[in-house]
Design a protein around this ligand. Structure first.
Ligand code: ADP
Ligand code: GLC
Length: 472
C-alpha cells in the first residue's frame, strides 16, 4: 500500500505543536508495518542543520490564484522519504508554518495551503508524473482540508482519510476567496464548505473525506457535542452514526525515551531518581530556581486559552505554599506571556518562566520534573502528558479529551473534573500528599514509565481503516 501523508508540520524541521510529532512518528510506524508511507509538505527553506539536496521531479501547474510550483523528492531530516513543494514565494519566509514573526497568520494562508492540497491531488492523479504513485491520501487538519474537496470536485476516484488534530483551528475564509482557491460555487452549501456564511477548510476535510479520524477515542465522542464541536457537532454526529468517525489515540515517538534521549543532561533508567535529580539541578540553575529537594511542577506549552495556562498560573501560589517549585516553558499569546512573567516575579526562587520555543529545554524540563501540569480546557490528544509519564513525571490534568485516555487517575497521574482554578488546586494538593510518601510516588512514577505508548497499535488501526476505504 502506497500512502501519501500530507502535513504542514514535521518535527525536526518545522514544528508548531503536536501535529509535527505525529507527522514524524506515524509514517515511520506505518513503514514498520510495510505501508510505503511518504510525506508531502511545503519546503519552508533550508535550516542551519538541514540543507537537503532537493531532486526536482516535476513542475506542477497552478489553478486559479494558486501559483505553479516544483515538486522535489528527498528525505526528511530523520530519513523518511518525502515530497517537498518548492514554491519560495509562498513558503520560504521567516516565521512558523502559519504565522509571521509577530505571530500574525500569513494573509495568504488560503493560497499557501490550497497549494499543498492541490499538489497531493496532482500526485495521486498522475499529473505530477512521479515514479511512485500513492493509493490513497491521508490529510491532516484544516491546512489539508481541501485535499478531499479537490478529489470530489475533479471526480478523482481516490480514497482520502482526514484526521482532525484540533477542531478549534478551522481555516475560515471569506466567500469572496472561493474562486481564488478553485472551489466551485456549488460547494458553497450546508452540504459542502459553507460554515455560518464563510468557507471552512476543516469542514471541506470532514465533509468530503471517505473517513475521518481524530486523535483520541474520548475526543471523538466529545466533538459530537455542542460544547466541544466548534459548531460542527451536527456533521460529526452524522459521521459517527454512519461509522465514518473514529478516535485513535496518538502514541509517543521512540525518540521520547529517557534512556536514550541525547538531549538530556543524564539518561535514566536504571537510576531514575538520580537521573531526574541531575536534570533538575541543571534546570534549577538555568531557570534561576533555588537549589534543593523540592517537588518540581512544570508545564511546556503553547500559551493559548486551550491549554489553561491561566489556571496553572493561578495555582502557583498553592504549589509554593506546599513547598514546591514551578517552571513554565512556552510562548504564544502576549497577554499570557506577561501574566506568566508577572506570576513568576511574585515567587522568586520558587517560580520561573521562559518565553521560548526550545526543544532541548522542553525535554530536560520534563525529565527534571516530578509533576507535569496540563489543565487544558480541551485537549484532542495531548502528547506532553505521555512524554511526562515516559519520563517518570506524573501528569496533573483536566479530565478531557485524550488526557482521559492516557492517564490513570491515582495510578499514573492525577485527573480533575472541571477546568477551574479550585479543581486544579485540589489536584495539586493530592499530588503534594503523594510526594511526601516516597514509596507511593516511586510506585506511581514506575507505573507511569511502564505504560505502553508505542505507535504500533495506532498504526495498525490506521492501516485497518486505509484498507476499508473504497479502493480507487
Ligand atoms: P499541541 O499540539 O496542542 O500544542 P501537544 O501536547 O499535542 O499539544 O504537543 C505539543 C508539542 O509541542 C509537544 O511536543 C511539546 O513539547 C511542544 N512544545 C510546545 N511548546 C513548546 C515550547 N515552548 N518549546 C518546546 N516545545 C514545545
Ligand atoms: C493538536 C492537539 C493536541 C494533539 C496534537 C497531535 O495540536 O491540540 O491535543 O496531541 O494535535 O495530534
Amino acid at each position: 500500500m502506497n500512502l501519501l501523508f500530507v502535513t504542514p508540520e514535521l518535527a525536526g524541521y518545522a514544528k508548531a505543536g503536536g501535529l509535527a510529532d505525529v507527522s514524524a512518528a506515524l509514517p515511520r510506524a506505518l513503514r514498520d508495518r510495510g505501508v510505503d508511507a511518504r510525506i508531502l509538505m511545503p519546503f519552508y527553506g533550508a535550516r542551519p542543520d538541514w540543507r537537503p539536496a532537493l531532486d526536482v521531479v516535476a513542475r506542477l501547474d497552478g489553478m486559479a490564484e494558486i501559483p505553479p510550483c516544483e515538486l522535489a523528492v528527498t528525505e526528511t531530516p530523520e530519513g523518511l522519504p518525502a515530497f517537498f513543494i518548492v514554491c519560495p514565494g509562498l513558503y520560504e519566509r521567516p516565521g512558523t508554518p502559519y504565522t509571521d514573526l509577530s505571530r500574525q497568520d500569513w494573509p495568504d494562508n488560503d493560497i499557501r495551503f490550497a497549494r499543498l492540497a492541490l499538489t497531493a491531488v496532482q500526485i495521486i492523479t498522475g499529473e505530477a508524473n512521479t515514479a511512485w504513485r500513492p493509493d490513497l491520501i491521508h490529510a491532516n487538519d484544516w491546512p489539508c482540508g481541501l485535499c478531499s474537496g479537490y478529489l470530489k470536485w475533479r471526480q478523482v476516484p481516490a480514497p482520502c482519510l482526514f484526521t482532525v488534530h484540533n477542531l478549534a483551528y478551522q481555516g475560515l475564509v471569506d466567500v469572496s476567496r472561493m474562486p481564488a482557491v478553485g472551489i466551485p460555487p456549488s460547494a458553497f452549501s450546508m452540504h459542502g464548505v459553507e460554515f455560518y456564511g464563510r468557507v471552512s477548510f476543516v469542514k471541506a476535510g470532514l465533509y468530503y473525506a471517505d473517513h475521518v479520524t481524530t486523535v483520541s477515542p474520548n475526543y471523538a465522542r466529545e466533538i459530537t457535542t455542542e460544547e466541544f464541536g466548534s459548531g460542527l457537532h451536527g456533521l460529526l454526529r452524522a459521521l459517527t452514526e454512519s461509522g465514518r468517525l473514529t478516535g485513535i489515540l496518538n502514541g509517543a515517538g521512540e525518540d521520547w525515551t529517557p534512556q536514550t534521549d541525547p538531549r538530556l543532561i543524564r539518561n535514566y533508567p536504571p537510576r531514575v531518581r538520580q537521573g531526574k535529580q541531575r536534570n533538575a539541578v541543571w534546570l534549577r540553575e538555568t531557570a534561576g530556581l533555588e537549589n534543593g529537594n523540592r517537588p518540581l511542577f512544570v508545564m511546556v506549552s503553547r500559551l493559548v486559552h486551550q491549554k489553561g495556562v491561566d489556571l496553572a498560573l493561578a495555582a502557583v501560589e498553592t504549589i509554593v505554599a506546599g513547598g514546591g517549585q514551578f517552571f513554565l516553558l512556552g510562548e504564544g499569546e502576549p497577554g499570557l506571556e506577561s501574566l506568566a512573567r508577572a506570576t513568576a516575579a511574585q515567587f522568586p526562587g520558587s517560580a520561573a518562566v521562559m518565553i521560548a520555543f526550545d526543544e532541548t529545554l522542553s525535554r530536560r524540563t520534563i525529565a527534571a520534573s516530578d509533576f507535569y501540569l496540563m489543565p487544558s480546557r480541551f485537549e484532542p490528544c495531548g502528547l506532553n502528558q505521555m512524554y511526562a509519564e515516559r519520563y517518570g513525571s506524573l501528569p496533573i490534568a483536566h479530565a478531557t479529551g485524550g488526557l482521559v485516555d492516557s492517564i490513570r487517575d491515582g495510578e499514573t497521574g492525577f485527573l480533575f473534573s472541571g477546568a477551574t482554578p479550585g479543581a486544579l488546586r485540589a489536584a495539586i494538593v493530592r499530588a503534594l500528599k503523594v510526594y511526601v510518601r516516597p514509596g507511593r510516588i516511586t510506585g506511581m512514577s514506575k507505573a507511569a514509565m511502564g505504560q505502553d505508548f508505542s505507535w504500533a497499535p495506532a498504526a495498525a488501526r490506521y492501516e485497518q481503516i486505509y484498507k476499508s476505504l473504497p479502493a480507487r
